[in-house]
Design a protein around this ligand. Sequence first.
Ligand SMILES: C[S@@+](CC[C@H](N)C(=O)[O-])C[C@H]1O[C@@H](n2cnc3c(N)ncnc32)[C@H](O)[C@@H]1O
Length: 407
Amino acid sequence: MRVLRVEKLVPGGYGLARTEEGTVLVRGALPGEVVRGRPTRRKGALFLEEAEVLTPRPDRYPHPLPPTADLPLLYESQLPLKAGLVQDALERIAKLPFPLSPIRPSPRALAYRTAAQYARHPLGGLAYRLPNSHGLVRVEEDPLVAEPLAQALRVLSLWPLPVEEVALRGSLLEGKVLLGLIGGSPEALKRPARALVREGFAGVVWAEPSERGRFRGRVQLLQGEGTLRERFGPLTASVSVEGFSQANPLAAGELLEEAQGLVAGGGRALELYAGSGLLSLLLAPRFREVVAVEIGKEAVRRGEADRRRLGVENVRFHRGDAREAARLGAFDLVVLDPPRAGLSPGVRRYLLETRPREVLYIACNPATWARDVGELVRGGYALAFARPYDFFPFTHHVEVLSLLRLG
Ligand SMILES: C[S@@+](CC[C@H](N)C(=O)[O-])C[C@H]1O[C@@H](n2cnc3c(N)ncnc32)[C@H](O)[C@@H]1O
């Protein structure tokens, strides 16, 4: 057994402690806390997955949270730690001294999520999956989900559904929820789906479990509506249970509002990793032509429907891989919002070869963002703006809104 003092929060939500054998990454411990446990070596690093906290911080959050909530602190105490992750990544990885704009808190610290997934508990009801394990913890209630989802959880805890997982997508604008049932047989689920719509769900979708990821296999609408409308700041867009949309629409709306004011406008704009193209639709009035590239079929279909509904004529959706951006030519502005892995080498090369005047980069992983920003800055860009945003209170996750300009 070792007794360790946690120094700081690091990407991935671990607390970092130092010992003579090297640094230890401690799960569930916060900066300033003293913990006890037995570190084990994994992939060359030392981890302490189950630590006993000997001296908890006085600002630890005193109420129950889901196991995914790896930052259990009073809300005001979370924000400097999250901003610190971004500042640290910029300095350590990009080697860039740059004054970040102050972190923008989530408009709601609790009850903010409009998307969530749960496993079925073998003894009935729903369960959280424990991070890095096959363990399940029964869900009684989830303080992080918005009210329409909290109500849906109460209904689902009484339903013995023969599925592996459920996914929920709600809308704050409509006060409704879509339900995804993953696993089981669509034929056998048709009747329960009808009953669930009578219970108040706006729609029920079935999905085949797939090793490639949730909703990457067959998907079938069983009953009711397939999409809802949601407000993201200045824009109203459609959301679905099976395709990507931001899970905290109030915080995402604030980011979109600020992003809109950052860019100069011009001839051609390109949005890579566009989802349903919220930024393309928002920026359309400032450009002659906007191209939105997204790999997911369902998100492209939704974006195209939103484009028609909003009467936007100059946005073109392109279903494809961002790595093939070079085929689309050069643009005045490139907007990027990649998954956690950040930009592929091909996309970084494309930017450095075609040299758009402005690059608006929205990131959900400060480490890969800092790597990409570092490379762009070495290639002649200047970081003009960067602000962390909190989309996921009570977790280590932090978004960044940033703008790079050709120097
Ligand atoms: C973080 S989301 C951003 C979506 C959108 N900007 C939004 O806020 O709703 C990343 C998106 O990139 C898409 N994606 C992932 N890899 C891709 C690739 N290689 N090419 C194009 N799109 C990709 C995902 O399907 C997802 O919709």
